[in-house]
Design a protein around this ligand. Structure first.
Ligand code: SAH
Length: 459
């Protein structure tokens, strides 16, 4: 170990930053965030620091008296001679000194930081490769939830009470692990600190019927795993049981926790592996067993996903749950197919409709669908494509209206077929398209041709 990592309390202390440029400004800003007052010294201070609260700006060359009463120094000038002098003088006075990008002249180095205050993670390569440390920081930035600090602050409130109540240190550790990894933590992370407090109090009171199971209803997006949200990924890594249906791609299911139990609950047209009521019951039963249950759904759970019905059952049974939105097929598929859903010249409105109704018919509100300047996106429409096109023409749309059908959008198997209301049904039959497919109707479809060649993501 070349350096000892420590966290320094600089609140209300004077810190000196020598230099008037951008680098000096960045360092001064961190010091200000940590509650220091900052003395900035440079012949020219271009960084806009002068005049800021808690900043004493001195327009001058560095002189040794600038070190008076200073708790810490950062030299950020572009003159090595000056930096060397600052380093020597500071060391002579035992003041910690950092010279930017010059580890030899430093008595301390500044880490890359990941700030989830009060939780703080510092990274350093001991000056060997700041870029590497920053890259590592970026990776963790993505996986540590933004409000993780709230969790630390929440734990702090209860620290003494838990210590008094659970006196055995080993048991206390288990208590905190349970709280900070389970329902209590999820409640805090989603901002519901009142429920978290109530649950923690139940745990403290030693009640053994504390609800530990919960359901995460997570939108997995339209297919490309890169379109998962950070929260989806975090909960996928956490769940004990995963219930997924056939819209969720294999590569996404494989991103769930290795040792999680995975249950396929099906649902293709007319081939429902489990009926909706059975899925609802299964969710309730697993959560009541104390499991963390991930209900993984294609796209967004609240868009033609029956997510609403599943959470109604959970709510009725008092099971904690959270819903994580996903990128719905319309957005994902449209962008990977190069079809903007709205456009000033073509569409001011965008409608999402389903072509597959509860009773198997397609009784859409045709007069609304044929209005001008709008895009209509049809989910689950392949089966009724002929009828869809015929009805739209019958209700007044020109038979030349552009229409696209996209199979397995955003995945390696994406296929896009474009035609008109008149030609597309025949084309789709020839192409033998397979579900899932999304239908997009309206002038925006013509934009694909313009955009296609410049976007490497388009397939
Ligand atoms: N909740 C989902 C929709 C479920 S309904 C969402 O928000 O996307 C299922 C329908 O979604 C499919 O029949 C199809 O019309 C559409 N769909 C889902 N993923 C798709 C994909 N990758 N490509 C094309 N259509 C898709």
């Amino acid at each position: 170990m070349d350096f000892l990592p420590i966290f320094l309390n600089v609140k209300g202390k004077h810190c000196l930053v020598v230099g008037g440029g951008e680098v000096a400004k960045r360092k001064a800003t961190v010091l200000l965030e940590a509650g220091a007052t900052v003395r900035v010294v440079a012949p020219q201070i271009e960084s806009g620091l002068a005049g800021q609260q808690n900043v004493e700006a001195i327009t001058a060359h560095f002189a040794s008296h600038h070190l008076d009463d200073v708790a810490l120094v950062i030299a950020a000038t572009n003159d090595r001679g000056v930096n060397l002098k600052i380093s020597e003088l500071a060391r002579a006075r035992n003041i910690p000194v950092n010279v930017v990008d010059d580890p030899e002249l430093c008595s301390f180095i500044m880490p890359a930081i990941l700030d989830r205050s009060p939780l703080m993670i510092a990274f350093s390569s001991g000056g060997a490769s700041p870029v590497l440390t920053r890259m590592l920081r970026g990776k963790l930035e993505a996986i540590i939830p933004h409000n993780y600090g709230r969790l630390a602050a929440f734990a702090k409130q209860f620290r003494e009470r838990v210590k008094a109540r659970v006196t055995n240190p080993a048991k206390r550790r288990i208590f905190w692990e349970t709280a900070l990894d389970g329902v209590v933590a999820e409640k805090v992370l989603t901002g519901d600190e009142d429920s978290a407090t109530a649950l923690l109090q139940q745990m403290l009171a030693g009640e053994d019927n504390v609800q530990r199971g919960e359901v995460y209803m997570v939108g997995a997006g339209p297919g490309d795993p890169d379109l998962l949200t950070l929260r989806a990924l975090r909960l996928m890594q956490k769940a004990d049981v995963v219930l997924y249906d056939n819209l969720v791609s294999k590569s996404i299911v494989e991103m769930t926790r290795r040792d999680a139990q995975r249950i396929f609950v099906g649902k293709k047209r007319a081939d429902h592996t489990l009926r909706q009521e059975q899925i609802n019951e299964l969710l309730v039963r697993l959560a009541k067993e104390g499991k963390r249950v991930l209900r993984l759904k294609g796209g967004d759970p609240f868009i033609f996903g029956r997510g609403g019905e599943e959470i109604e059952t959970l709510a009725a049974q008092g099971i904690p749950f959270q819903v994580v939105p996903g990128i719905t097929a319309a957005s994902g598929v449209a962008s990977y197919a190069g079809i903007p859903l709205t456009h000033r010249d073509h569409a001011h409105t965008c409608l999402f409709v389903t072509g597959h109704l509860k009773d198997g018919t397609m009784n859409l509100d045709w007069d609304v669908l044929v209005r001008p300047k709008q895009t209509v996106v049809v989910y689950m429409g392949l089966h009724g494509l002929d009828k869809l096109c015929a009805e739209l023409i019958k209700h007044g749309l020109p038979n030349t209206t552009p229409i696209a059908i996209v199979q397995q959008g955003t995945t390696q198997n994406q296929r896009v077929v474009i035609g008109t209301l008149e030609t597309l049904p025949g084309m789709a039959a020839i192409e033998k398209l397979q579900a899932p497919t999304l239908i997009i109707i309206g002038g925006v479809v013509t934009l694909r041709e313009k955009l296609k060649w410049f976007n490497p993501q388009l397939i």
